[in-house]
Design a protein around this ligand. Sequence first.
Ligand code: PMP
Length: 405
Amino acid sequence: MLAFNPQQFRQQFPFFQQQPDWIYLDNAATTHKPQPVLDAISHFYQAANSNVHRGAHRLSQQATVLFEQARADIAQCINARQPTEVIFCSGSTAALNQIAFGLMHGYLKAGDRILLSALEHHANIVPWQLHCQRHGVIIDVIPLTKEHHLDQQAYQQLLTLKPKLVSLTQVSNVLGHITPLPQMLQQAKAVGALTVVDGAQGIVHLGADVQQLDCDFYVFSGHKCYGPTGIGILYGKQAALEQLTPLLGGGEMIAEVSFSHTSFNQLPFRLEAGTPPIAGAIGLASALKFIQSYNKNNIILHKQDLLNEFYQGLKKIPGLDILSSPVHNAGIVSLNVQAEHPSDVASLLDQQYVAVRGGKHCAMPFFDQLALPGAVRFSFAPYNTSADVASSLQALKQAVEILTA
Ligand code: PMP
């Protein structure tokens, strides 16, 4: 395992050589891609490009081996029991839609309750709403404390309503707050609920050990953990995946088709309709192996150092309303500049080559609760440096001076 050296780590990402002016602090939206991931994708297209599973020719067999090896590698990286528990899809959104759709045709029935939290991304709200309303399933929501952490007392109360499913984000994409999943999942299981973890933000910071979490489903997107766009993972325990009705039909997901009946293939193919994202799967496996080649704790410490330096600097800028707490934080700080619109602040930062995001971050219920138009979000990755922190603070200070002059 490599010791963590931020400069060495950063050098693996060609973006920073190509675009040296940018201070990229929009990592919660998407991360840059290291050379090994770019090489893995390029190698597939240059040397082995072919469709998988179907071809009689050797190229197709070679592509199939690479694709299935990617599944096995990803299964190992997230500690799944077997590769068949790893389903390829286009991302966290697709995975959550598949789970919500798939459980409404048997597992969830009219009058059942499910439990989400007030910090969820729309991708972990809307798919449930789409189906719950139609099937008479009730959605309850865990509220927040005044520090914007999940209210654990309220959670205990809501669990007494015996939800059949609890679906939670591992890390808030708005605030960076880390959900205390081990205890919350255990409590959900104690009342017999199926558990879903939205790992879109968590995977890159905390990683996923799905056996240790012991969740029924865990989803994430490749592009937020140094992999390509268009690929994501729906992990499920075998028994949980078997409960899912396929959302999409066609391609490898069938065993037999006639006009009167279709029988489905076995897992994982049953939930992978059409030509799968082959290059994406290979790129994602490479990204997860890249992460695992570094010491996770050292990466976490480096990000915590960056966060501490950033918070220290923020103290010197007047008129800020900081929404994120620096503890149990995966490296995201959302804030506002007095009553200024977050988009105006983000635009002024953009003019100084600081890439952040301003808005509601696909979490409208959270901002509606606070009666805020959104926030400016600074999200850090291990390739960020103390120099990035200093420059972004300087740019923010300048933006505040312009807006409040
Ligand atoms: N959940 C969370 C917590 C996220 O941050 C995101 C992406 N912003 C998603 C789900 C959806 O991910 P994707 O757009 O890659 O499907």
